[in-house]
Write a protein that binds this ligand. Structure first.
Ligand code: E4P
Length: 224
């Protein structure tokens, strides 16, 4: 399973790239506006693209097809690894088709049902982003959308990648991985939580405390 980081924070991205754990980035207008402040968001995206080799999703603001295509083409000029994020709208699907024909990869965002994911794939999206956490928030089962979409895509050998988005906790990651989502995009705090277990902390504490009982430093290792 690929992990993308769902952030526009340069600090978090630099941290995550050092671990080699992330394969790409997703941003959205809310995340970029938080990071950009007075800066031009395109400069922030340029910086992100220089830090990460994999795909970097950048979202259009326009809502009609011609303007989305124009904005998408501009975003794609920022760097080769830009993927243009297009909202799930009728006009959006026209934009996806036109951008795909021009060789520009797209990520269809704000998907909340498996049939929306099927439509995005038929339009030619490279990625589709079902928002798991936001579906859970309204009392439905977000993971069902991933499950149904996986089955539909497998039935028809659809190559569009399922990008599990709006991930809120490690259990979402486990379930999406078991179902076979291609990618999970994680907020930095969730990526950090994936490494945590209380038994790891307790075990390490015990090992270090036992080590401290040694009378002399062990060969090749200092006393802790
Ligand atoms: C994905 O591309 C979106 O940016 C993101 O996952 C939305 O998550 P949220 O529901 O936590 O805002």
């Amino acid at each position: 399973m690929k992990f993308f980081l769902d952030t526009a924070s340069l600090k978090d991205i630099s941290w995550a790239t050092q671990s080699g754990l992330i394969d790409g980035i997703t941003t959205n207008p809310s995340l970029l506006s938080k990071q950009a402040g007075d800066l031009d968001p395109r400069d922030v995206l340029k910086e992100i693209c220089s830090l990460v080799e994999g795909p970097v999703s950048a979202e259009v603001i326009a809502v009609d097809a011609d303007a989305m295509v124009k904005e998408g083409q501009e975003l794609a000029k920022i760097a080769e690894n830009i993927v243009v994020k297009i909202p799930m709208l009728e006009e959006g699907m026209i934009a996806v088709r036109r951008l795909a024909s021009a060789g520009i990869r797209t990520n269809v965002t704000l998907c909340f049902s498996s049939v929306q994911c099927l439509i995005a794939a038929k339009a030619g999206a490279s990625y589709v982003s079902p928002f798991i956490g936001r579906i859970d928030d309204v009392g439905q089962e977000g993971m069902d959308v991933i499950r149904e979409t996986r089955a539909i895509y497998d039935n028809y050998a659809i190559a569009t990648e399922i990008l599990a988005a709006s991930i809120r906790h490690p259990r979402h990651v486990v379930e999406a991985a078991m179902i076979g989502a291609d990618v999970a995009t994680l907020p930095p705090d969730v990526l950090k939580k994936l490494m945590l277990h209380p038994l790891t902390d307790r075990g390490l504490e015990q090992f270090l405390s036992d080590w401290r009982t040694l009378g002399a430093p062990a060969k090749g290792g200092a006393r802790v």
